[in-house]
Structures are given as structure tokens and as C-alpha cells.
Design a protein around this ligand. Structure first.
Ligand SMILES: [Zn+2]
Length: 346
């Protein structure tokens, strides 16, 4: 069939035990006419039970999830499981290997290419394989992101509001079980819209958690710990790792992005000097930062203000800035009593 994936693997998803292998994505080049791109995959199964799909390296320059999932994949013993865990710690492997957000093969931003294309570019083929082969196996998806090269992020767990109240309640429950300090609840209108892994999972009725765990293309120890602990808490909660030893979740502050005014953009080119840090509370009209001309003091510096009040959830990491670069994103508390009550109760 025209829409069949061209990616293959020797992993047998219904076999008990631990299989450490790769997906093979055909990629024909000058250097390797019959070559394939190996994408690491680990499948651990022990009998009947739910399936968790754990992903990192969707963006290649986001490291906490890559390391946490690689450690988990090495450590887990099939005897600990009831069900199945499928781990892809470097999903867009060409981007991971290059230390980049996008793939060097096709400039593909994987988390803007779902549901993908079986006969498209390498990045589109990966998205299609996840959508058509892996998601139908899954009862939950956790997609571990961080800020990457260009952003510093407050550790948070993100969900998209469900189509029904019951679906939203289930997602909130899982978000609180994950236990990030901030829970960011999206109506799906921002960011990647319908082109993300989480949006595709939810369209298939599979609950999806996304995280942001640090940034600046560095590896935050706290972010890596949160990735590991949060994943273990969810696996334990779902009965896949019933005896997992992990700290209980701390409180999660439920927050959301309040429209386009939540984002502060650079008006001019220059060297960005932030006036606040991630985790600070900002008021509308407060100084967000100063952009200094690269030419020095012969030109005036440009002041940038916040358009609304909120908590600074992320900040641009590199100092050199172009017009239109996102400098900050703010989030505000969710006031829904139902959400607040759930937050306190789990
Ligand atoms: Zn990302």
C-alpha cells in the first residue's frame, strides 16, 4: 500500500523480555546508496497490561529526557513490569546526533510534522511511523522536551484540554501524578497546533504528557531527575511498574498561556539583556529586558516591556537576538475550581 511505512525493525512488539535494537529508516545518499538511519528503540514487555510509549529526542538539542530514558532503558528488568514499555530516547536521531532542534537531512522539525508522510522526507517518515505503528500500541505517551538551544524553561508538564470533561480529568490526573512544579494546560491553539506528537496522540484518544525540563542545550540535573521520577510515577500509577520506588510527587501549580500577549518578542536586532529570570513574577508594563546595539554606545539601547502580568515560564537563552525572536513567555494561574481542587487532592 502507498501509505505503508518504509521504516522497519527486528523488534517484535508482542514478545516478552527486553529487546534493544533500532528502527531502520532507508536513506540513500552519495556516501551510502543502500544506507539506513538507525533510530534507537527499546521494547520491554511482561505479559498482558497497558503500554507506555516514552519518547525523547523529538528535538535533538533537548537532553534531560534523552539521558533519563536511556538510563531507564538500561536499568529496567522485564520481571518488574505488568505490560509493555516502548522507549525511543532519540526519536529524531539525525537531529540528536547533530545536537540540533531540526534534522540536518531535511531541516525537519519533527514536532511540527505530525502525522507525517510514509513517502516523505526522513523527518516526515519518522512522524508517520510513530502515528501509524507506535501510537496504536500505546495507552499513554510521554514526550520529554526541554527548551533546546534557544530557550531556558521552568520545569513543567504540559497537557492539552481534552474533547470531553472526562478526558481532561484523566489528563489532569496524569499531570499531577507526573509531579512537575508547573502544570501548563493548553487549549491546543498555540505552539505547534495539530502538528505535534501530543496532538496526534490525543486525536487517537491516547492521553499524552509533554514536558519542558530545562534548556540552553545543557543538561539540568534537576530536570533529568524530574524526567526519571515523573515517568516512574506515571508508570507506577498505571500499574505498569507496580513496585517502582520513587519519591511522591510534589505540588503542581496549574497554569496556562493567556493569549498572544503572553509572548514578548524582540523589536530590533542586538544583544539581549534580560531584566527578569525564569520563575520570576512580572507585571504588565514591567521592564522585560534591554536590547543593546552591537555597534556600541553611539546608538541608543531599546527597552522592552511586558504586555501582561504572569510568571516567567521561559526566556531566550542566546544573547544575540534578531527582530521577532521570542524573549519571554508568561503563564497565569488557572482559576477553574475543578482544576484547583484536583491539584490539591492528588
Ligand atoms: Zn522540544
Amino acid at each position: 500500500m502507498a501509505n505503508d511505512t518504509r521504516i522497519w525493525t527486528d523488534v517484535e512488539f508482542d514478545r516478552d523480555g527486553k529487546q534493544i535494537s533500532c528502527l531502520r529508516l532507508p536513506f540513500s545518499s552519495d556516501r551510502s546508496a543502500y544506507g539506513t538511519i538507525p533510530i534507537p528503540i527499546v521494547c520491554i514487555r511482561n505479559g498482558i497490561g497497558p503500554t507506555a510509549l516514552l519518547v525523547a529526542g523529538n528535538h535533538g538539542d533537548e537532553y534531560e529526557g534523552q539521558v533519563a530514558l536511556s538510563k531507564l532503558a538500561r536499568q529496567l528488568d522485564p520481571g518488574e513490569l505488568r505490560g509493555r514499555i516502548i522507549i525511543l530516547p532519540a526519536l529524531n536521531y539525525p537531529a540528536v546526533d547533530a545536537g540540533r532542534r531540526v534534522s540536518p537531512l531535511d531541516q525537519g522539525n519533527l514536532n511540527r510534522m505530525f502525522p507525517g508522510d510514509a513517502n516523505g522526507t526522513p523527518t516526515e517518515m519518522i512522524a508517520h511511523y510513530v502515528s501509524e505503528v507506535l501510537l496504536p500500541l500505546a495507552d499513554i505517551v510521554i514526550d520529554l522536551h526541554s527548551g533546546g538551544t534557544s530557550l531556558l524553561y521552568l520545569p513543567c508538564c504540559l497537557i492539552r484540554v481534552g474533547k470531553t470533561a472526562a478526558e481532561t480529568a484523566r489528563l489532569l490526573e496524569l499531570m499531577y501524578v507526573f509531579g512537575a512544579p508547573i502544570g501548563s494546560i493548553s487549549d491546543g491553539s498555540g505552539g505547534g497546533g495539530a502538528t505535534t506528537l501530543s496532538a496526534t496522540a490525543q486525536a487517537l484518544g491516547i492521553p499524552a504528557l509533554t514536558t519542558e525540563l530545562g534548556g540552553g542545550a545543557s543538561l539540568s540535573r534537576a530536570g533529568e531527575k524530574l524526567a526519571r521520577d515523573g515517568v516512574l510515577r506515571v508508570l507506577k500509577h498505571m500499574g505498569i511498574l507496580p513496585d517502582a520506588i520513587v519519591e511522591p510527587a510534589g505540588p503542581t501549580r496549574s497554569m496556562r498561556v493567556d493569549g498572544r500577549q503572553a509572548f514578548t518578542y524582540a523589536p530590533v536586532r542586538g544583544i539581549f539583556e534580560p531584566a527578569v529570570a525564569v520563575g520570576d513574577e512580572a507585571e504588565a508594563g514591567d521592564l522585560a529586558g534591554t536590547i543593546h546595539p552591537t555597534s556600541g554606545p553611539s546608538e541608543p539601547a531599546r527597552l522592552v516591556q511586558f504586555a501582561q502580568s504572569g510568571l516567567v515560564a521561559c526566556q531566550r537563552a542566546p544573547a544575540l537576538t534578531e527582530p521577532g525572536d521570542c524573549l519571554f513567555k508568561l503563564v497565569v494561574d488557572v482559576s477553574s475550581p475543578k482544576i484547583v481542587a484536583r491539584n490539591a487532592g492528588i
